[in-house]
Design a protein around this ligand. Structure first.
Ligand code: FA5
Ligand code: MG
Length: 472
């Protein structure tokens, strides 16, 4: 009896002493769970940790939360932030679930409501590891780090100013001005999707909050840029020049949409010939503050990608490098003695060690006929037309993220990127064929062609075994 009962109940999953009960929603592989203990944002001389401290130094009066546990409820990650029930972010193709109501947080905003509720200070920063099923390339990794920031003001307490709006403008005036050209400081906001919350905030309050938000974040980017330039100057000719150090800094604001802020923006930085999104932000939806038990407060929030900023700061070319335990990487970074405002932190830029040869290999296959959808994609919440759904017949529902994850499972960090290079539909049968190019390249050594073949063979086997494709 005991044995059969043990069989019918899934075993508990223990992560750092906390126990969870996986169910049929579980889609988190062991390789992802093993990242939980790494805490790169707290490793003393790690570039992610140095980047965190440099940004924290621009917000000296804020409260810092750096050890919030990554496994959260779907309520924290989605519901508390007003995500609609059919939001694609809830899908098992995008998010790592432990069970139906437990996920690896997909963003630091998962802690917004709880932190507002605790209301320990008017400003806070949360730095943490976050987890997403996503593409494979040099700027995407299934585990990365975000910093969340928020600042709120109390409606019932704005003395010595005559109004809350004037109190906020006084705080704006305390942020140092910068000389950087902002290409689009005030993009057009579309009130249908980004209403001004006029039932809660006056136009003057929103303008003051938005200005404080933008100035605070421009100040961060300018500080990062100055530190990067100073580092490049001391590193001299050993590092290759990049657009951050060779050209004047260019930033712009773009309208964005989040379920939990309105209006919302993204900040982009011009980098290596293109605009790179570094953060999302906006005026906090009043319903979130009201539900968190602080209806008298109003303010802004942002979430930025620490890897994106660290790549700009240190000129790090590949996001996989952050996970390296190789001394040739880790040995290059040292936290400065102080992060004093207005003082150069004296950082050094990353000097690449030799780049090992790439070993590209293609795999072409027919997607399964629509009558046999793979079982692991039968999530009850999968939206019918999520971005990333492959152009197969609609009911086949092989998601590109499933292919990405399978490649990671087979070949881990030996894959630099995965790209769809061809797709076509057979004119008679209507079946879809896809061809992906997988670029095998280790950051640490040369892969022999034989090793790459072994990895590629494993990918091919998993594609057939898991997704039911037919290799061509
Ligand atoms: C968010 O995650 C929102 N929670 C941000 C936010 C917070 C908005 C508070 C408003 C108020 P987004 O998915 O765009 O938004 O991610 C935020 C940043 O994380 C991006 O701008 C980018 O810098 C970084 N990022 C996103 N996905 C990845 C990835 N796969 N790898 C590395 N960095 C990423
Ligand atoms: Mg974004």
């Amino acid at each position: 009896l005991r044995a059969s009962r043990r069989q019918s109940t899934p075993p508990g999953l223990s992560v750092e002493g906390r126990t969870y009960r996986p169910d049929e929603w579980m889609n988190t592989p062991p390789s992802i769970l093993s990242a939980v203990s790494r805490r790169l944002h707290l490793q003393p001389n790690h570039p992610i940790s140095i980047t965190r401290q440099l940004i924290e130094s621009r917000f000296p009066d804020y409260k810092y939360h750096n050890d919030l546990f990554p496994i959260v409820t779907t309520h924290q990650n989605f519901d508390s932030l007003d995500f609609p029930p059919d939001h694609p972010g809830r899908s098992r193709t995008d998010t790592y679930y432990i069970n139906q109501s437990t996920v690896l947080r997909t963003h630091t905003s998962a802690h917004q409501a709880d932190t507002f509720r605790a209301n320990q200070s008017s400003g806070y920063l949360i730095s943490a590891d976050v987890y997403r099923r996503d593409a494979i390339d040099r700027s995407h990794y299934p585990v990365f780090h975000q910093m969340e920031g928020a600042k709120t003001w109390d409606r019932s307490n704005f003395s010595p100013y005559p109004s809350l709006t004037e109190a906020i403008w006084a705080d704006v005036a305390a942020i140092p001005a910068h000389g950087v050209a902002v290409e689009d400081p005030n993009p057009t906001i579309h009130p249908e999707r980004n209403p001004l919350q006029t039932e809660f905030h006056s136009a003057g309050e929103v303008e003051a909050i938005a200005t404080h938000l933008k100035r605070s974040l421009e100040d961060v980017v300018v500080a990062i840029f100055s530190a990067a330039r100073a580092a490049a100057a001391t590193s001299g000719a050993v590092v290759s020049p990049d657009s951050i150090t060779e050209e004047p800094l260019k930033v712009r604001w773009v309208e964005a949409y989040f379920p939990f802020t309105s209006p919302s923006w993204e900040l982009e930085v011009f980098w290596q010939g293109d605009w790179l999104e570094v953060l999302g932000c906006g005026v906090v939806k009043q319903s979130i503050l009201n539900n968190a038990g602080v209806p008298n407060r109003l303010g802004w929030a942002f979430g930025l990608g620490l890897e994106r900023i660290a790549m700009l700061l240190f000129n790090i070319p590949d996001i996989r490098l952050f996970w390296s335990r190789d001394e040739r990487f880790l040995g290059q970074f040292a936290a400065p003695a102080s992060f004093e405002k207005g003082k150069d932190p004296g950082l050094a830029r990353f000097v690449p060690y030799s780049k090992y040869p790439a070993c590209p290999k293609d795999v072409a296959f027919w997607l399964p006929a629509s009558s046999t959808p793979p079982a692991r994609n039968s999530s009850p919440t999968a939206p019918s037309a999520a971005g990333g759904l492959l152009p197969a017949s609609s009911s086949t529902a092989v998601h590109e993220n499933d292919i990405m994850e399978l490649v990671r499972e087979a070949a881990g960090d030996s894959v630099e990127d995965v790209r769809l290079i061809d797709s076509f539909t057979h004119p008679k049968t209507g079946r879809k064929s896809l061809c992906y190019r997988i670029n095998y390249r280790s950051l640490e050594r040369t892969l022999t062609n034989e090793e790459a073949n072994t990895l590629h063979e494993r990918v091919r086997e998993l594609l057939v075994g898991r997704l039911g494709v037919q290799l061509r």
